[in-house]
Design a protein around this ligand. Structure first.
Ligand code: HEM
Length: 305
């Protein structure tokens, strides 16, 4: 690996980590009910740097507050949490733009596929930003949250594909493990889509209870939650079996072990929400761990032939 290649690889890894920072920030926004802290988009209360105090609000600020359901008075903490989340999203966009330019200059002649993957990353991030705006416009309307999650997964796996293409590791020849990884990935995808449905229900239930009385939330979930709980074990068995099959191969053992740890963590967080009245902190962590799990299994899949 040339030294400039290793700088590019380090940068791609940085972008990958930053994607997870942005996913975590989104989860924290929701945990703190700051989603509508900026009722308009891309600006916030009509300006690029939002107010820190009600006295700085524009004269017509009520028109903004009317668009949202949580704060009926100005809440600086909500506004700034959402604003920092947007800044992190914008920063990610800039990092990715740099990635595209770097990929173009470095690989367009020798390995154009790397450039196109990087371009796909930019495109997916653009779509995500647009979806973000639509979610704000529609006051967090439901179906789009699932799309938002699926696009986030695409954004997270593209850097993994790029890294795989640049590393000269011979894939492990093991058809059984390849199939197992593929099936586990599909199971996880179904489980994640079911999860976003549960999340949408929690959004509605919590809103109807003014984000209080957490002890009532779980009991009000419908059949989708039963499905999500049951399917969790199917997906988890896939992950554990994958860990077991990965162990003997030194190229796969690390990813396999992480898959094992992260699936346990995801299950524990899910069970924690189920039995401990949905602790707020468990919500972004469950989202983060399930996205990480998906990326780990995908990375493992790419290493087997
Ligand atoms: C492999 C296992 C699991 C995966 C991959 C998974 C994945 C997910 C995902 C992606 C979400 C949506 C998060 C969001 O959009 O913020 C979610 C939500 C949820 N899941 Fe799971 N889940 C798993 C297991 C479980 C288990 C075992 C339980 C409970 C016994 C559970 C309970 C919940 C609850 C209560 C929500 C709503 C969380 C919220 O409001 O933020 N999950 N899950």
């Amino acid at each position: 690996m040339s030294s400039s290649n290793s700088a590019y690889i380090r940068y791609t890894r940085f972008v990958l980590v930053f994607v997870f920072v942005v996913i975590a920030a989104g989860g924290i926004v929701r945990m703190t009910q700051s989603g509508m802290g900026c009722p308009d988009w891309p600006r916030c209360f009509g300006s690029w740097i939002p107010p820190t105090d009600a006295s700085q609000l524009p004269a017509d600020y009520e028109k903004y507050l009317r668009q949202q359901d949580i704060d009926h008075t100005f809440n600086a903490q909500h506004t700034w949490t959402e604003y920092i989340n947007r800044l992190l999203g914008a920063l990610l966009g800039i990092w990715i733009l740099i990635h595209v330019i770097w990929s173009y200059r470095k690989f367009i002649k020798t390995k154009p596929v790397i450039f196109w993957l990087s371009f796909l990353l930019l495109l997916a991030t653009g779509i995500q930003g647009w979806l973000g705006k639509r979610i704000v416009d529609a006051n967090l309307a439901v179906v789009k949250i699932t799309t938002h999650m699926l696009v986030a997964l695409v954004i997270a796996i593209v850097p993994v594909i790029i890294l795989r293409k640049l590393k000269a590791i011979t894939p492990v020849q093991d058809k059984g493990t390849k199939w197992l990884a593929l099936i586990t990935l599909l199971l996880l995808l179904v489980q994640i889509v079911l999860g976003t449905e549960v999340r949408e229900q929690i959004d509605e239930i919590s809103r109807s209870l003014n984000y209080l009385q957490r002890e009532l939330w779980i009991g009000r979930l419908d059949f989708f939650f039963t499905l999500h709980k049951a399917f969790a074990w199917v997906a988890a068995i896939g992950c554990v079996a994958l860990f077991w099959r990965a162990l003997p191969h030194k190229e796969l053992a690390g990813l396999g072990a992480w898959t094992f740890v992260v699936v346990l963590l995801t299950l524990l967080l899910g069970l924690g929400m189920n039995y401990l009245n949905v602790p707020a902190i468990a919500q972004p962590l469950h989202l983060l761990s399930s996205s990480l799990l998906f990326v780990l299994v995908y990375a493992l899949l790419l290493r087997v032939k």
